[in-house]
Write a protein that binds this ligand. Structure first.
Ligand SMILES: Cc1cc2nc3c(=O)[nH]c(=O)nc-3n(C[C@H](O)[C@H](O)[C@H](O)COP(=O)(O)O)c2cc1C
Length: 386
């Protein structure tokens, strides 16, 4: 029998669904719905997980097995597991200090943490916590000086990988957030105040850590904006579509790796290869943008068939367990990411949440590897039942 990964998790919450249920009870409804929801009728959200779970693996029980190794090499770094933490905006609204909590856990478990442009911790703080290991996700700014200044800060903070987001040409139509009047900072309607009053720990922690704000963007924001002006500023600064004309100059300037996130077609994969991009994350933003789109795993399959080895192919959207990571890696991905799974855990368990969820996912993945008799993550595709 192989040696289990030396990790401990909280046995009261052995699944992402347990963490999601606990999170629902711990944070105000508007914050939970912001995290949990998809867009429009949530069709894409549900298809993402369901279609990952159509993937089946063959266990070769009678084969020799020296032990399972979760380590996975990507962009010259050997990570301790083939999954990382996807960028999530407004994390401090979901749980105070959550980007710091997750960045610290990612560093300790040696997995990648991707910092969002629009989250509540800044470039420099996260670089320090992760000792220069975090990746950065850029919402492409409308103004080139803002872009260049962010790139300068990233280089100074030694970020190895820059992730360019492609799937938000306009914001997803999200009925819950529209109903809740979700804004930054949260709009203090009577409804929202009542929701906060029923979640005292969240309220107290938010008070201690201060109102969440767009930490990385502070230097570019005029001071003293009211809520409406802040909304206009964000729309003006980050509106617009990523395209070849925006990627090419970044490729010229940025010496590190470039990943484009939100790819769903072979045509866009081909364009990324032509532009000298190092990797793509096949993703539909966790079902938050195009409800009529395909599930991420369905989008990924033809991309793997035609472009594997020509560019690193990663995937997120819908993974909620170690077996899900195994299914996606067996389907040919070079790496996987998850968004909500990590945030549910921090919302449920606070400081302990980052360590718990990573330890649990590692343990679950190790169990699958032992079960199918697979020693290396790179060998998982041999277990795929076609
Ligand atoms: C609440 C929330 C906020 C998000 N904010 C961002 C963001 O700022 N930048 C980004 O690239 N992706 C963002 N995403 C998408 C995630 O990076 C990732 O693609 C998605 O969560 C993966 O799906 P999963 O939640 O099913 O794992 C967000 C997702 C959620 C749930």
């Amino acid at each position: 029998m192989s040696k289990p990964v030396a990790v401990k998790y909280n046995t009261s919450y052995p699944s992402i669904e347990d963490l999601r249920n606990k999170a629902r009870k711990k944070i105000p409804k508007f914050a939970f719905e912001y995290l949990d929801g998809g867009c429009n009728e949530d069709v894409n959200l549900h298809k993402n997980t369901a279609e990952i779970r159509d993937v089946e693996l063959a266990p070769y029980y009678l084969s020799k097995h020296k032990g399972s190794n979760l380590q996975t090499e990507l962009f010259g770094h050997v990570y301790d597991a083939p999954f990382g933490i996807a960028p999530v905006g407004l994390q401090g609204l979901i749980w105070p200090n959550s980007p710091q909590i997750l960045a610290k856990a990612a560093k300790e478990h040696n997995i990648p943490f991707i910092l969002s442009t629009v989250t509540t911790a800044d470039i420099e703080t996260i670089s320090q916590i992760t000792e220069g290991k975090a990746w950065y996700q850029l919402y492409h700014p409308a103004e080139n000086d803002v872009r260049d200044d962010i790139l300068k800060r990233l280089e100074a903070a030694q970020y190895p990988v820059l992730v360019l987001l492609s799937d938000v040409p306009s914001f997803g139509f999200r009925p819950r957030d529209i109903r809740n009047g979700l804004a930054m900072p949260p709009r203090m309607t009577l409804k929202n105040i009542l929701q906060i009053m029923t979640r005292p720990e969240w309220a107290l922690k938010t008070l201690v850590h201060g109102t969440p704000n767009f930490a990385t963007l502070k230097p570019y924001m005029p001071k003293g904006l009211n809520m409406k002006q802040l909304g206009l500023f964000m729309n003006r600064t980050f509106a617009g579509r990523l395209n070849a004309d925006k990627i090419a100059p970044i490729r010229d300037k940025w010496k590190g790796k470039i990943v484009v996130k939100g790819i769903a077609t072979e045509a866009d994969t081909e364009m990324c290869i032509k532009l000298g991009v190092d990797g793509i994350i096949v993703s539909n933003h966790g079902g938050r943008q195009l409800d009529a789109g395909q599930s991420a795993i369905k989008s990924m399959n033809p991309i793997i068939d035609n472009y594997k080895g020509k560019i690193k192919i990663m995937m997120d959207s819908g993974l909620r367990s170690g077996p899900d990571v195994a299914r996606v890696m067996a389907s040919g991905a070079d790496f996987t990411f998850m968004g909500r799974s990590f945030m549910y855990s921090v919302a449920a368990l606070g400081n302990e949440g980052g360590d718990h969820v990573i330890a649990m996912l590692k343990t679950q993945l190790q169990q699958v590897m032992d079960q199918v008799c697979c020693e290396q993550i790179a060998d998982l595709p041999k277990h795929l039942i076609k």
